[in-house]
Design a protein around this ligand. Sequence first.
Ligand code: ADP
Ligand code: MG
Length: 339
Amino acid sequence: MSGEFELIRRHFTRTAPAGMLGVGDDCALLSPSADATAVSTDLLVEGRHFFPDVDPRALGHKSLAVNLSDLAAMGAKPTAFVLGLALPLPRVDDAWLSAFAAGLFALADAYGCPLVGGDTTRSDTGTTLSITIFGSVPAQAALRRSGARPGDDIWVSGTLGDADLALRLLLGERDVPVADRAAVLAATRGALEWPEPRVALGLALRGLASAAIDISDGLLQDLGHVLAASGCGARLCADDVPVSPAVAALPAPWRRRCALGGGDAYELCFTAPAEARARVAEAAARAGVAATRIGAVDAGPGLRVVDAGGMPVPDLPRAGFDHFPMPVDPAAGSLPETS
Ligand code: ADP
Ligand code: MG
């Protein structure tokens, strides 16, 4: 069990009141009678989630996008959001704030999700942004993490790994095996800074997917949450995980690190019964996004990752992102922290 999730489990997980879905999924569900309110909140901290010199327009976009992504992962339709801002004095700058607001409202307008309140305060350290978002979903149609069943297919939307590769390049990791850093950064940076939340796909998967999660911390870790919540195992084919040309060009261990372990993807990983394959493909086409089958749920135990030949993948990224990682066994090998 990782530190961040153990901390949440130990200190902040209480039994939710009857009829509510509490801590542990992408959104909470309030009064899940016919139409439930889905709620999610995300913090973005300067120096941890974004670089101090990030394009403020991109930051405005991303801070709302990551929240919309949690609604997408529940199959919820956006209703409204509130915005908390802690700003150091140099950030109280019209040009910076206008650009931030432009990025924020462009996405809010695109998804019909108005800003209805918030709080603003001075910070004596860096900039911190907090968005709480509300959505609606018929309780029975919500895509929970706990619904995966043995025999279900495992799907992922879009491609994985670009955001992680861009972040490694921006962090100046010297050993990333790319010949032309500028060209690879230009090709991958949009995935890191301008993620597109898969809201339309989440809505199209209502009544079709058995479970879903958005990939914020890495496919292996986030799929692990679905399997743990569902009490199942799975077999995942590493070479079936869809990647962009930039990630495909990396040597296999790096490709897998970025695609299987890389965070900040904001694609959906979901499960659906095998007999729903054609309908899943239609739903994805309707939503205008690719969906790829990458494995199958089984009775377990655990998540087994194999290559195209069915052999276990030896150099797996150990885990995804964790804000409070536990001490690591040095013999186990580890992936550098990335976000
Ligand atoms: P996500 O990546 O989908 O935003 P997280 O990994 O951040 O979800 O959190 C996992 C679960 O723990 C979620 O259900 C979230 O609401 C809950 N959670 C995280 N931090 C807290 C906290 N401080 N108090 C209560 N619940 C929390
Ligand atoms: Mg999530």
